[in-house]
Unconditional design. Structure first.
Length: 357
């Protein structure tokens, strides 16, 4: 049986940021309020499109794997903030990385998107349908934000991460997974004013990202914990066998609750929410890259990852890392220079949102 080994990894972090102190210039809040409730200290704001973020992350992952774009069979992009709906954004990324003729597909499971996409690409490799895939998670969440709403304005940021999967005879990559959706409660986390259900001939105004924080907290902890238990049973692993926990970076309190439920020591948990906020599908992809860079993921590490998102989707995955933790090569792909601060980038949207109140 073929396995889908992770042979490359890469990320794209926009240069402009907005700190908690700076965001207090937009909404009535302060650093202490945000930090104690979320663990977030700053978030990135992209000056380019989701496709651009995804392209840089994919090129970094391809170089890391020593794989040329023309050898890729599938470009799978997890995003809920596509650059374009038709044609899909993955097709532009496919073009940008030179993956000539590769299948190109967007998938949307919100914050669970990367684990959903990883499952889909792994299944195709293990079934023998393809041999190489690049799985990308890229989000421009600040595009959705209603800057007049404090509850959501402080939470989200932009970024992208990617991995290259290759068919291998070595048991590695995604070895056990559980995905699902609690759709009866989908209304507790959703974005208004977006989609083809709207009457496009009427003024729509700013989008609203609405959520019921307490309910989401309870359901996120329960859903992710139970999915992790299921995955451990599938893989016939004990909690002590897990070397690294890479959870979705939505809220530090949720991360800590999952950590406590799984009884994972602090030094085994990858946390970077303070620097980026919630980048939806991209959080786990970025966190995996940084866990490797920081030496948290080592050769043959047993990795548990879990996510929860709008829908209400949820996922948990057991990933067995391979032998290599250093890139074969490094791409020179970067974003174009940004001549504005984070506050300057969002200023027009802030003005529009406040005018619409």
């Amino acid at each position: 049986m073929s396995y889908a080994q992770i042979t490359g990894w890469g990320k794209c972090i926009p240069p402009a940021s907005i700190s908690n102190d700076e965001i207090s210039n937009i909404v009535d809040t302060n650093d202490e309020w945000i930090t104690t409730r979320t663990g977030i200290k700053s978030r990135r704001v992209s000056h380019v499109s989701t496709a651009d973020l995804a392209t840089v992350a994919a090129k970094q992952a391809l170089a890391c794997a020593g794989v040329d774009g023309k050898d890729i069979d599938l470009v799978l992009l997890a995003t809920c903030t596509p650059s374009t709906m038709v044609a899909n954004t993955a097709s532009l990324v496919q073009k940008n990385i030179g993956a000539i003729g590769a299948a190109a597909m967007d998938t949307n499971a919100a914050c669970s998107g990367f684990l959903y996409a990883l499952q889909a690409a792994t299944a195709q490799i293990r079934a023998g349908m393809i041999k190489k895939a690049v799985v990308i998670a890229a989000e421009r969440m600040t595009w959705y934000i209603n800057w007049a709403r404090r509850d959501s304005a402080v939470l989200f940021g932009d970024g992208a991460g990617a991995v290259v999967l290759e068919a291998s005879d070595t048991p590695s990559g995604l070895l056990a997974t559980k995905t699902g959706c609690d759709s009866e409660d989908r209304d507790i986390l959703h974005i208004e004013n977006f989609g083809s259900d709207l009457n496009k001939y009427e003024p729509i105004g700013p989008s609203n990202l609405l959520f019921e924080g307490r309910e989401i907290f309870k359901r996120a902890v329960k859903g992710m914990s139970e999915a992790c238990d299921d995955v451990l049973n599938q893989a016939q692993l004990e909690l002590d066998d897990i070397d690294v926990l890479v959870p979705h970076q939505a809220n530090l309190r949720i991360i800590q609750a999952i950590q406590q439920r799984l009884k994972v020591a602090d030094e085994k948990v990858m946390v970077n929410i303070a620097d980026y906020g919630n980048t939806s599908a991209a959080t786990i992809a970025i966190a995996i890259c940084e866990a490797v860079e920081q030496g948290l993921i080592k050769p043959n590490s047993n990795i548990m990852s879990a996510a929860f998102g709008a829908g209400l989707t949820w996922a948990a995955s057991y990933i067995k890392w391979g032998e290599r933790v250093t890139p074969i090569a490094v791409s020179d792909a970067t974003l174009p220079e940004c001549d504005k601060t984070g506050l300057e980038l969002v200023a027009p949207a802030v003005a529009a949102c406040k005018a619409a109140q």
